[in-house]
Design a protein around this ligand. Structure first.
Ligand SMILES: C[S@@+](CC[C@H](N)C(=O)[O-])C[C@H]1O[C@@H](n2cnc3c(N)ncnc32)[C@H](O)[C@@H]1O
Length: 246
């Protein structure tokens, strides 16, 4: 978090310009997007529901957005991201979906975007690899807003870094991950990107950001969510789903 912005602007430099390298250094991040799309595709809805309204938080360059859009036909997605370097790539990559009126973009930060949405109006709030970037206080407000905007029986679907409760095991997993960053990015001669990802990782792992499994699930329960599940755990990543009571 900086003095000017109520959120961390971590995607404006080398990372944002060369986001595709994340696929190489952290293939599980892309895997999270795939699972988010899969889970949206399996959200139970009846024909009477018509178009499902989806809000995506942290659309980035459009990897998760595309996974959501291709998961089923009955969707209208608003993709929120406050970093133009990232969102402009999504706008370019997904322009057919905008033309087909399936996709809209919002350039606000997640909390401001949610605050502008009517309560009980959204079927699904989906996200991948974004909410772990938020500091604890901002994340708490975002979770409460997600609950407010969802319709009864609406679902929150998040594929993200959910830190292991076992801190030693978690640290070992992150150390292994860092080893992979060095191997790939030195091989690609992308030392500026390597530096930025290491700096970024310190942010992710800091006490006021780390999204530890049990605490994160409790935070959802406190906000009012039910049927809270953590699935598809892969190293420090997992998909969490939670429903607003019907
Ligand atoms: C790691 S990227 C994930 C992008 C995409 N979901 C994926 O998995 O490839 C995180 C994205 O969240 C965005 N972001 C970070 N903080 C945000 C905030 N407070 N509000 C909206 N977007 C935010 C960043 O700009 C970035 O594009």
């Amino acid at each position: 978090m900086n003095e000017r912005l109520p959120y961390d602007a971590l995607f404006s430099g080398a990372i944002g310009k060369d986001y595709e390298t994340l696929k190489l250094i952290c293939p599980l991040a892309t895997e999270m997007s795939r699972w988010v799309g899969y889970t949206v595709g399996h959200y139970p809805s009846s024909i009477q529901d018509g178009t499902l309204k989806v809000v995506e938080l942290g659309g980035g360059t459009g990897i998760t957005t595309l996974s959501i859009l291709t998961s089923r036909a009955d969707l209208a997605v608003i993709s929120v991201d406050n970093e133009p370097i990232m969102q402009n790539q999504a706008k370019e990559n997904l322009k057919e979906w905008v033309a087909a009126r399936k996709l809209d973009f919002c350039g606000n930060d997640a909390l401001s975007a949610l605050r502008n949405i009517e309560e009980n109006s959204i079927d699904i709030v989906a996200s991948a690899y974004t909410i772990h970037n938020f500091d604890q206080a901002y994340r708490d407000e975002v979770i409460r807003e997600i609950f407010r905007v969802l319709k009864p029986a609406g679902q929150f679907i998040n594929g993200d870094r959910y830190a292991l409760d076992d801190i030693k095991a978690h640290t070992r997993s992150v150390q292994k991950e860092i080893g992979g960053y060095f191997k790939v990015l030195i091989g690609e001669n992308k030392l500026d990107v390597l530096e930025q990802w290491i700096v970024h990782l310190f942010n992710d792992e800091s006490q006021n950001h780390v999204m530890r499994e049990t605490a994160a699930l409790e935070q959802l329960a406190v906000a009012g969510f039910i049927s809270i599940e953590l699935k598809h755990r892969m190293a420090v990543n997992a998909v969490v789903t939670a429903c607003k009571p019907d």
